[in-house]
Design a protein around this ligand. Structure first.
Ligand code: ATP
Length: 362
């Protein structure tokens, strides 16, 4: 696994502790690691207030950590209870609370307790969705959570290669009980069903360790492709008048399609305005600021306009391309392709955030 550091000399780290075996073990292990370096651990428990027991569980975690002289904070979710996608909403709210606390306390590292089985289930989930290597790379051991003001927190998952059994054994050794959340076994939820599927395939040789290895390899391949993609963008992007960036279609056209699409996808997600088209063609040159690459095979494509340059990570820019030009260009694309998307009927500058969502799937 990639190194989790760097850490400051006396590291101050927060650990997200639900009270389950994984995050509790992580908190105790992190505490030992930090103390040995003169650092401090803060245990953070989010009380989602979605279950009756959640307040009592947070208080229990606090007591357990207090006996080991580990600081603890309970963060309460005060938002209105969502009516649908409760798990996703709760996870998003939890991360926002955890990252927000770290920012305010000037803690740079937030540790999460996902372990090998969690990673394996994520890989299975992505396989079911038909993901490519980006999806199969599953959860990253290190991720930056960047907030709107540009500040950020490093989210670390040190336990991804560690099997759950090793963690429960560690807790048993230290005589530390944990909270057993029955919803983790409730087959109404996807993850317990995936865990059951994984267990069923055990006799065929499939294991959490193997699936976690798939994720690790996919992450390595993705990193290599990302490097090639950066080279390709550096070679194909040229500044154009008016603050635009033009992507050189010849260079993109001669790149392997998977790489060219990745480059376009990267350009789309870093450009202030974009539009999705479909078909198979590569072209550019519309008012010096437009480039497109599309793939019939993947049925997705992107047109990128950038006023500020390829490195601009904001979607805030507005686009004032004349509709007429857009339509005529769209006709050109259609004439050379088998398919055209309803997205393409959207004039530039309108609703580009929905296009942004599609762009990530490019
Ligand atoms: N209520 C919470 N408060 C703080 N952190 C949480 C909470 N719920 C989950 N986490 C963090 O997210 C990680 C993954 O969440 P997940 O729902 O898979 O864990 P869990 O099964 O509830 O608990 P554990 O992973 O500790 O056994 C946890 O290991 C923990 O670091």
């Amino acid at each position: 696994m990639a190194p989790l550091g760097p850490f400051e000399p006396a590291p101050r780290v927060a650990v997200a502790v639900s009270g389950g075996s994984d995050s509790l073990a992580l908190c105790l292990l992190a505490d030992r690691w930090a103390r040995a370096r003169g650092g401090t651990v803060f245990g953070l428990t989010v009380d989602h207030r979605l279950r009756l027991a959640s307040g009592a569980e947070a208080a229990q975690v606090r007591r357990w950590l207090a006996t080991r002289a580990i600081s603890h904070r309970t963060l309460r979710w005060t938002g209105t209870r969502p009516v649908s996608r409760i798990q996703e909403e709760a996870r998003a709210a939890r991360l926002a609370l955890l990252v927000g606390w770290c920012r305010q306390a000037h803690v740079l590292h937030l540790l999460l307790g996902h372990q090998q089985e969690d990673q394996a289930e994520t890989v299975l989930q992505r396989l079911v969705r038909g993901s490519g290597i980006d999806g199969l790379a599953a959860m990253a051991p290190v991720r930056l959570a960047i907030e709107s003001d540009g500040g950020g927190v490093r989210m670390l998952r040190p336990l991804l290669p560690v099997p759950r059994d090793a963690l429960t054994a560690t807790l048993a050794l230290w005589d530390q009980p944990w909270i057993d959340d029955p919803t983790n076994r409730d087959t109404c939820h996807t993850r317990p069903r995936l865990a059951a599927a994984l267990a069923q395939l055990g006799p065929e040789g499939l294991s959490a360790a193997r699936l976690a290895k798939v994720a690790e390899r996919a992450a390595e391949d993705r990193a290599a492709l990302d490097g090639l993609c950066s080279d390709l963008l550096a070679r194909s992007a040229h500044p154009a008048p008016g603050g635009f960036v033009t992507l050189d279609r010849c260079i993109l056209r001669h790149a392997p399609p998977a790489l060219a699409l990745r480059a376009l996808s990267r350009a789309v997600t870093t450009a202030p305005a974009l539009l999705i088209l479909r078909g198979w063609s590569v072209w550019n040159g519309w008012r010096s600021g437009c480039a497109a690459i599309t793939s019939g095979r993947q049925r997705s494509a992107a047109v990128v306009w950038s006023r500020k340059g390829m490195d601009d990570s904001s979607f805030a820019g507005s686009l004032r391309q004349p509709r007429r030009s857009f339509r005529s260009r769209r006709a050109t694309v259609r004439s050379g392709t088998a398919d055209s998307s309803s997205h393409s009927a959207r004039p530039p500058g309108r609703g580009h955030s929905s296009c942004a969502g599609s762009a990530r799937t490019v």
